[in-house]
Design a binder for this molecule. Structure first.
Ligand SMILES: [Fe+2]
Length: 341
């Protein structure tokens, strides 16, 4: 008989423990005393996390409202993935939203409407342990912004690996996004916690071969890959997926959406947080992992990415041990970040 689970369901004061970290993230994100603020969540989210955000926001500003909705679901182009119209109107009229969903909605038209209304949105989907362990950090923020600036200055990106990945794409005219865990000066959106940079390539410009190697991660499949998956990419779109069981799973994931736009490149970049680990099941650990290259397909029409692809779904692949070049400059060598410190 095992006793290790005793007490796990009745944690004492979790929201009190996480409160200072959250208050700091909100202050770093520019939340001010006069801001009308909505804490937006759903019935499946942890109460201790909601309590901590509500209390921390209330300590900074007076006008804090809580909105608890049904869990969002479905494809990014379905109404079921968006808040109800009445809630949406309220969101567009406030100054700051703390978005605490169990299923994010940041690739919907409604999300863009809210950001276009000038509202700041701080998304947070992680558990207490990760919020604490990857709390906003000055060094991570600095290196993430530096990396995003380098992406913005580039024209062509190239990703290579010893196993045979050889990809090129254009980012000419696109702007690199720094996801730092707190909304920076001049920005309207961030995801707490995170340490990563990303940019939306010109959607038709990605060409070459992608080899997803054993140990690489696919977030939407919630797994590390056990055997190589070879993908052929033409004009920005995955046209063939070959390999064993993992390849079959990935093909089935794409097939379920019956939407070519889901097979089109969404964003690439790399993790910048040395505190992030792969020994957890948290998406933001995987995406923030220092030197892990993100390559995503599907929707990228969010304001923070500035892409053009409206798609029913989005999938994030994290490639380890790869090289990442901006024009002739290598920013990641065999999974290790360069030139951003
Ligand atoms: Fe993504």
């Amino acid at each position: 008989m095992a006793y290790s689970g005793i007490g796990k369901s009745s944690s004492i004061g979790k929201h009190i423990w996480i409160y200072p970290v959250i208050e700091r993230a909100l202050r770093l994100s520019g939340l001010k005393s006069g801001d009308k603020t909505v804490i937006l969540t759903d019935v499946n989210r942890s109460q201790s996390i909601f309590d901590a955000f509500y209390a921390a926001a209330g300590n900074i500003c007076n006008g804090v409202f809580a909105v608890v909705q049904r869990p969002l679901s479905g494809a990014h182009d379905e109404k079921s993935r968006e808040p109800d119209g009445v809630i949406l109107e309220l969101l567009k009229q406030c100054d700051f939203i703390v978005d605490l969903p169990t299923t994010h909605w940041c690739y919907t038209r409604a999300y863009n409407e809210v950001l276009d209304a000038g509202v700041k949105v701080l998304l947070s989907c992680s558990d207490e342990e990760l919020l604490h362990r990857l709390a906003p950090d000055e060094a991570v923020i600095r290196r993430t912004r530096k990396a995003a600036n380098l992406l913005t200055q580039g024209k062509m990106l190239r990703i290579t690996s010893a196993l045979g990945t050889e990809l090129t794409m254009s980012v000419d005219g696109r702007v690199g996004n720094a996801q730092c865990g707190a909304i920076g000066e001049g920005y309207r959106w961030d995801n707490f916690p995170s340490g990563l940079t990303e940019i939306a390539p010109i959607e038709t410009s990605l060409h070459g071969r992608l080899v997803i190697a054993p140990g690489d991660l696919i977030i939407e499949l919630e797994r590390r890959i056990a055997e190589p998956i070879s993908c052929t990419i033409e004009n920005g779109e995955i046209v063939a997926i070959e390999g064993g069981v993992d390849a079959r799973n990935l093909r089935a994931w794409f097939d379920q959406w019956d939407d070519r736009a889901v097979r089109t490149v969404a964003h690439t970049g790399f993790g910048t947080d040395p505190r992030a680990t792969l020994f957890s099941s948290e998406a933001m650990d995987w995406e923030s992992y220092d030197g892990g290259i993100n390559l995503a397909f599907g929707a990228n029409c969010s304001r923070f990415l500035g892409g053009r692809n409206m798609a029913r779904a989005h999938i994030d692949i994290i490639l380890l041990n790869c090289d990442f070049y901006v024009d002739q400059t290598r920013l990641v060598r065999a999974g290790k970040t360069l030139l951003i410190d």
